[in-house]
Ligand binder design. Structure first.
Ligand code: ATP
Ligand code: MG
Length: 384
């Protein structure tokens, strides 16, 4: 109920209750008065009622003859006053309490927030306005709690990210230092050994380079610091071109590449360079996590509704259902692939680029050993 309406109700109660009670008391007193005192002796006529002087004289006369009647009237008046005082006090107390309670709750809640305690609930109120204030206050508390949890999570993530980066950098650096010491100490005493050592150093340096590049791209995307240059492009033509450029790279690993790209035109807003990175990362995964047995990668696309759906399927090691979404987080690597080289940043980069194009990406896998499909949705542009 609105404050104004509820206060009006209280005022009506404050007015009507004493009227009724005083009325009942007065009737009772009047009846006993009439029965107890000879009121007919009052001798009040219609004329005397109109003349206050005559009326007061008659009353004076009456009370002079019946002195106890004065006490009787005094008791009646005191009772009426008492009824007035009690009812007004009770109603005023209820009225103040009903406003005071939610306000003191809000004050307590504000104190809790100031002290950093967000685990409480603000109760509502019968007053619409105060209730809405309480609900807004509670929503603010929940929002603060969510923000604090997010901050905690981000802090944990940042620490994990730092630990992962240092670990991933430290391993090849330690290795490079070891090989350099080996060369210095003359362990690489033949030209073949020296070449092998140098090859390993070069491979490790490349690993560091890849990781730093991935990291730089990942953080730029996270901070929205990467500039995108979009062009209206037929994604199917783009994919066919990409497949032919990558065919050699893929097939030299013994992987069969099947293209099922739709010949239909599907115009999209693409940053060609970034989208090449998307498909290069996905294709790299399909090759890296391939099956030992007749590895195959199939790229297909189909235009449906307001977009185009592109899928890259492999028959490789697969991903456990529980890990299908986690692999998009930076540095997350599924259990089955831990023995294979990788930083766990590729899909994180892919997801952010796809989303910057207004698209979506998700993975499907029937489980470990049962292959993986990366599916991408990109919105198409209808040209008039
Ligand atoms: P890099 O940063 O070098 O790409 P990565 O391949 O480990 O390293 P992501 O590409 O982000 O990182 O992939 C994350 C994880 O998802 C991989 O470590 C792997 O566990 C899993 N994964 C991704 N693609 C596939 C796939 N086609 N088959 C099986 N597992 C996959
Ligand atoms: Mg990868």
């Amino acid at each position: 109920m609105k404050i104004r309406n509820k206060f009006t109700v209280y005022n009506i109660i404050m007015l009507i209750t004493p009227i009724i009670l005083i009325g009942v008391i007065s009737v009772c007193f009047l009846i006993t008065f009439i029965m107890k005192y000879p009121v007919w002796e009052l001798n009040i006529t219609r004329a005397s009622l109109l003349d206050p002087k005559v009326f007061s004289q008659a009353l004076g006369e009456f009370f002079k003859n019946n002195p106890t009647a004065i006490m009787y009237v005094a008791i009646w008046l005191s009772l009426c006053a008492l009824v007035m005082i009690i009812t007004t006090s009770i109603v005023t107390h209820r009225m103040t309490k009903s406003v005071e309670k939610p306000i003191s709750e809000l004050m307590k809640a504000a104190d809790c927030i100031r002290e950093g305690n967000l685990d409480f609930e603000v109760m509502g109120s019968d007053y619409e306005e105060i209730d809405s204030l309480c609900r807004n206050f509670d929503a603010m508390r929940m929002e603060l709690k969510r923000a604090r949890e997010k901050e905690k999570y981000m802090k944990k993530e940042r620490n994990m990210l730092l630990a992962n980066i240092s670990h991933d950098l430290k391993t090849p650096i330690t290795s490079i230092k070891g090989y350099i010491d080996g060369i210095r100490d003359g362990v690489a005493d033949t030209p073949e050994k020296l070449n092998r050592y140098l090859d390993t150093i070069s491979a490790k340096a490349e690993t560091i380079d890849d990781l730093v590049n991935n990291l730089s791209m990942f953080s730029k995307l996270e901070l929205s610091k990467m500039v995108f240059n979009y062009e209206i492009t037929d994604i199917n033509a783009f994919l066919s071109e990409f497949i032919e450029d990558y065919r050699l790279d893929i097939e030299k690993n013994g992987v069969t590449l099947i293209s099922e790209i739709s010949p239909e035109q599907a115009m999209t807003r693409l940053d060609r360079e970034k989208m090449s990175r998307v498909f290069a990362n996905i294709a790299d995964n399909a090759v890296k996590y391939r099956s030992q047995n007749d590895p195959t990668v199939t790229v297909s696309s189909v235009k449906r509704g307001d977009g185009v759906y592109i899928s890259v399927s492999d028959n490789g090691i697969g991903i456990d259902e529980k890990e299908l979404t986690k692999v998009f987080e930076g540095f997350y690597r599924a259990d089955a692939s831990r023995s294979i080289k990788g930083s766990g940043l590729g899909l994180g980069i892919v997801k952010q680029i796809v989303e910057k194009h207004g698209g979506k990406i998700w993975l499907r896998s029937a489980g470990q050993g049962k292959g993986t499909t990366a599916e991408i949705y990109l919105p198409t542009i209808e040209r008039n």
